[in-house]
Write a protein that binds this ligand. Structure first.
Ligand code: ZN
Ligand code: ZN
Length: 403
């Protein structure tokens, strides 16, 4: 089979502002060249009208129906930081945050960059009814895994996460069961005890002295137990790898049995090293049948509602894409996991452009890669779940259905 490269431009698609989008207004000669050579269309990452998360969308693009397999975000985040989540465990996503007089002042604790010291202090001093692993992830993010062991735990508990300006919340059981009630209690215990440690921690005192917000609480959400998924090797008979700066996407890859390839300078933020990521991906095609590359920065700009920053980042991605225009013996997909419109400052359900490039594709008339040109292409409108089968077929790996 030909190797497949799936390039996910995370959150790049947008809605028009004064008739244009960051992608349409960006100078993108390489993307346009690829659109010209390929076949384009639009894709509903999950289904029309469903606003995807990055995790559910990636599952879908890898051919796993998120409506059947989605375990909540916690387990992906945990897998992404290398924590093995067992069958009886419950994993939650955490944010270091800033609380003032019981009100959440900042959900990211002033975008704290390095919380390893806080992680250590909490692990040393907090004692719960069950064993747990608490690990800081990217920036203000962290993961809590409650180890069930012999005791039963339930992921059916509510988030403690709230909006800025709201009072902090406790976790509650979402079903009438002793197990869920107990799990919620353990989570609340964890928060209370962590707050005691964080309040007096020297790193926070230091932050306050330099005018930064202290990380004095932890917000938890996305409780989940790990799903049993067939690996991509079992499902498709291929050897897959993933390059992604953020833990959540790394976790999706890990749970689907993909090899995680670290790339220097891949941060998941706007300062991420796109050129390294793509160069690395292309050389991996020698050893792997399938490589997924996620480039995250534009999503961040979309969440910030920053049209210019998003456009500039897209131009930076494009500069690094020259390495893909030289690829001849591979199948290439260029798409996104969802739209992150600047006007929404979040994800929307709008379909995303998708372009497939490779020698066997039926080229169409589309010469530009953007939200307005893609719908005129030969792929028409597909779903995220259609992408993998389409790629495998082009790569010569699809099984015949029927006689
Ligand atoms: Zn995303
Ligand atoms: Zn996003």
């Amino acid at each position: 089979m030909k190797p497949i490269l799936m390039l996910i431009l995370d959150g790049v698609p947008d809605r028009p502002i004064r008739g244009t989008t960051p992608l349409k207004s960006a100078f993108t000669p390489n993307l346009d060249e690829l659109a010209k050579r390929g076949v384009s269309g639009i894709m509903d990452p999950i289904a029309p009208g469903i606003r995807p998360g990055s995790d559910t969308a990636h599952l879908s693009l890898l051919g796993y129906d998120p409506r059947r397999f989605y375990p909540g975000r916690g387990p992906f985040e945990a897998a992404g930081v290398g924590i093995y989540v067992g069958e009886n465990d419950v994993a939650l996503r955490c944010n270091f945050a800033t609380l003032k007089n019981g009100i959440v002042l900042d959900r990211r604790a002033g975008r704290i960059r390095d919380a390893v010291e806080l992680e250590k202090a909490i692990n040393e001093a907090v004692d719960l009814d069950v064993d747990f692993i608490f690990k800081s992830s990217t920036g203000h993010r962290a993961v809590l895994v409650l180890k069930g062991g012999d005791t039963k735990l339930s992921p059916k508990i509510s988030d403690t996460d709230v909006k800025v300006g709201e009072g902090s919340k406790v976790s509650k059981a979402l079903e009438r069961s002793e197990v869920a009630e107990r799990t919620a209690m353990i989570v609340n215990d964890f928060v209370r005890r962590s707050e005691e440690i964080l309040r007096d921690h020297s790193l926070n005192e230091e932050r306050m002295r330099s005018g930064k917000l202290p990380a004095n609480t932890i917000l938890l959400r996305g409780a989940g137990s790990v799903p049993k998924l067939k690996t991509m090797r079992e499902k498709y008979g291929i050897k897959p790898a993933i390059i992604a700066g953020i833990r959540l996407i790394q976790g999706v890859g890990r749970i689907c049995g993909m090899d995680l390839i670290p790339t220097e300078g891949a941060t998941g933020r706007m300062d991420t090293n796109v050129r390294n990521k793509l160069g690395n991906a292309v050389s991996l095609l020698r050893d792997y049948d399938f490589v997924l590359v996620n480039i995250k920065g534009a999503d961040e700009a979309g969440h910030d509602g920053d049209f210019e920053a998003k456009r500039d980042f897209i131009e930076r991605i494009d500069e690094s894409l020259s390495v893909l225009t030289g690829l001849d013996d591979a199948i290439l997909a260029i798409t996104a996991d969802h739209s992150t419109p600047c006007s929404v400052k979040g994800h929307s359900a709008d379909p995303v452009p998708v372009t497939l490039v490779g020698e066997p594709v039926r080229t169409d008339e589309v010469n530009e890669y953007d939200e307005f040109s893609a719908p005129k292409g030969g792929l028409n409108r597909i779903r995220g779940l259609d992408l993998m089968p389409s790629l495998l077929d082009l790569a010569g790996k699809a099984e015949k259905f029927g006689a």
